[in-house]
Design a protein around this ligand. Structure first.
Ligand code: SF4
Ligand code: MG
Length: 320
């Protein structure tokens, strides 16, 4: 089984004034198989949004390779990329900013269907478009009357349903969701996560689900990647990573998840702030906050390496 998406040694560097550089994504490699949900978790500024945007070519990567459905899309010209764009979509955090307030929901959702031809390369008839709009409303559990209304008439959760419907319009295979529930109330978050989960099963979708909240990622992901200052520091099956974290950073993040008493000692909560990604610490990038730091950690940058037999990998000289 070949992966739907393969990312090889990806970099995204922003040039700043005074010859400074911000390495938002700093050598990231992973792959995602069809039908899988990969959660990407980390504090704000760890590069997870930049990574998401690079994957869908919404912003160009500085270096590395992105292979989608077996095809290297890293440098494809926009014209060649365009038909592939239907197969990979993004859902953003801010449900309001991504919907033009002056346009009715029906028009907003019809737009991609008008712009892109169908799978046989033909322009869709308006009857086909209307039928598809009704299907989309049904998929995200909104009444078809919503199509005639404007974005401001909906709650945040409903607007996120509309955004999901728009992402689904062209039947994509891969959806990158960047903090899709972070702006919502906790009770609404659960509904939207359930919707994502239902759609994933129903349509056989693949997700990359980006969040700063491990509790959110835990609910939906088969696998989890933990990012810190531009790099994946731990990746593996959700249960393996969350129940037996090997990286001190993951252990600290899991300490923040509420859970029933297990009799296990709770790991240390995180100390201090994330260092500036412009002036990254030497050696292990987590050493300024790590309770287990040793001399070697300041000198050598640990590479991601397998620690268990189930694909669990960690970048730490002294894994837990
Ligand atoms: Fe901590 Fe050292 Fe591991 Fe980095 S390499 S996470 S500083 S123990
Ligand atoms: Mg972000």
């Amino acid at each position: 089984l070949s992966p739907i998406l393969e990312v090889r040694d990806l970099y995204k560097t922003y040039r700043l004034p005074r010859r400074q550089e911000l390495k938002a994504v700093d050598g990231v490699s992973f792959s995602v198989h069809s039908g899988e949900v990969l959660g990407i978790v980390g504090e704000s500024g760890c590069g997870k949004s930049s990574l998401g945007r690079c994957l869908l070519r919404l912003t160009p990567a500085t270096n590395g390779q992105i292979v989608f459905e077996g095809r290297d899309i890293t440098h494809l010209p926009e014209r060649t990329l365009r038909p592939l764009r239907q197969r990979m979509q993004m859902v953003f955090q801010d449900s309001y900013a991504s919907l033009n307030p002056r346009r009715r929901i029906g028009d907003l959702l019809a737009e991609p269907l008008k712009v892109h031809p169908d799978t046989k390369g033909r322009k869709r008839s308006s009857a086909k478009i209307t039928a598809r709009l009704h299907e989309l409303m049904q998929l995200v559990n909104l009444p078809t009357t919503a199509l005639a209304r404007y974005p401001h008439e909906f709650s945040g959760g409903q607007r996120q349903r509309i955004n999901i419907a728009r992402a689904l319009a062209l039947s994509p295979r891969l959806i990158v969701a960047d903090e899709p529930v972070s702006a919502l109330d906790v009770s609404v978050q659960a509904q939207i996560i359930n919707l994502f989960a239902d759609l994933q099963k129903q349509l056989g979708l693949t997700y990359i689900f980006v969040a700063h909240d491990l509790a959110v990622v835990r609910q939906i992901s088969n696998r989890v990647a933990v990012m810190y200052l531009g790099r994946i520091v731990e990746i593996g099956d959700t249960d393996s990573v969350l129940h037996t974290p090997a990286h001190p950073y993951t252990a600290a993040l899991t300490a923040a998840i509420p859970r029933p008493v297990t009799g296990l000692a709770r790991p240390m909560p995180l100390q201090g702030d994330v260092p500036s990604p412009i002036n990254r610490p030497s050696g292990c990038r987590f050493h300024t906050r790590c309770p287990y730091m040793q001399t070697r950690c300041k000198q050598e940058d640990p590479a991601l390496r397998p620690i268990r037999h189930n694909g669990h990998e960690v970048a730490c000289h002294f894994p837990l």
